[in-house]
Design a protein around this ligand. Structure first.
Ligand code: AHM
Ligand code: MG
Length: 282
């Protein structure tokens, strides 16, 4: 019998090929907004519907929740799937990278990070790749025609960080965070690489080492990204690859959302950069 977690990832890989196939024709805004109040593209809605149908068709899946819908859709099964169907979809207009993020929990969401069994993402770039964290190992796959081929086994963050990127507008950053950015630019001589899609930016951090974050803002301390759909899965992948995560104070995987669509500041990357951040900001 095949492994249920790998079956879920294979299903997502298969569905990602359909999602990528429609991107060109679904760049327009729909009338609706997602539960975080952001305007949805037709592609966001399509990706969400395709993933819901494909994932809930699996016997092992007990629920499906996504950034694009208010409620958790329940079914009978042991595994609970959360997803950001099209992360960075505003990049569709400018034809830059985007992704699909998946978390698999053993509890129905809102669920704690500790209930995460596995996580993964698909990156729609010049080639389509999938990265998964399962049983303490991060694996990178090439996705072609809906199937996966291993590219790299046991992916680890390089020890010497090279890239950094932080979301939000610099004048809106709290002073202590702005100070941290200035200090790591000097101390670590990092290269700025921010692309507007977390999956693509995090994939650079996994490839070259460094730090990615969407910080707390002066007028928006809760920041932008969602803990359950974006924070937990990405933090779990980076931690499994030997890195670390924080919301500024504590690891994202040690946090439990009280509401499904709760936001949190998010930082992932090499441990020394995350440690320095926690000791610099209040
Ligand atoms: P989305 O899931 O609605 O696309 O929003 C998440 C995206 C992240 O991928 C990215 O890091 C961030 O929002 C970019 O925001 P900004 O445009 O403010 O830089
Ligand atoms: Mg997103």
């Amino acid at each position: 019998m095949s492994d249920p977690i790998e079956t879920i990832f294979e299903t997502v890989a298969h569905t990602s090929t359909d999602i990528q196939g429609i991107l060109g024709s679904r760049r327009s805004y729909e009338a609706g907004h997602n539960p975080s109040g952001e305007q949805q593209l037709a592609a966001d809605v399509y990706a969400d519907e395709q993933l819901e149908t494909a994932v809930l068709a699996l016997d092992e899946v007990g629920s499906y929740a996504s950034e694009e819908r208010e409620e958790v859709i329940e079914d009978n099964g042991t595994y609970h799937v959360v997803c950001d169907p099209l992360d960075g979809s505003s990049n569709l207009r400018s034809n830059n990278g985007m992704g699909t993020i998946i978390g698999i929990y053993d509890e129905k969401p809102p669920a704690p990070g500790e209930a995460l069994l596995a996580a993964g993402y698909v990156l729609y770039g010049p080639i389509t790749t999938m990265v998964t964290a399962v049983d303490g190992t991060v694996t990178e796959y090439l996705v072609e025609d809906g199937t996966r081929k291993i590219l790299n086994e046991n992916v680890k963050l390089p020890d010497d960080p090279v890239v950094y990127g932080f979301g939000g507008k610099a004048p809106e950053w709290p002073d202590d965070f702005a100070e941290y950015v200035g200090s790591i630019e000097q101390e670590w001589q990092l290269k700025l690489r921010y692309g507007g899609a977390m999956v693509a930016d995090v994939n650079q951090v996994l490839t070259y080492g460094g730090i990615f974050g969407y910080p707390m803002l002066k007028e928006r301390p809760e920041s932008k990204l969602r803990l359950q759909f974006e924070g937990h899965p990405i933090a779990h992948i980076v931690a499994t690859a030997g890195g670390a995560s924080t919301d500024g104070t504590m690891s994202l995987v040690s946090k439990t959302p009280t509401e499904l669509h709760e936001r949190s500041p998010l930082f992932v990357g090499n441990q020394p950069l995350i440690g320095e951040l926690e000791s610099t900001i209040e």
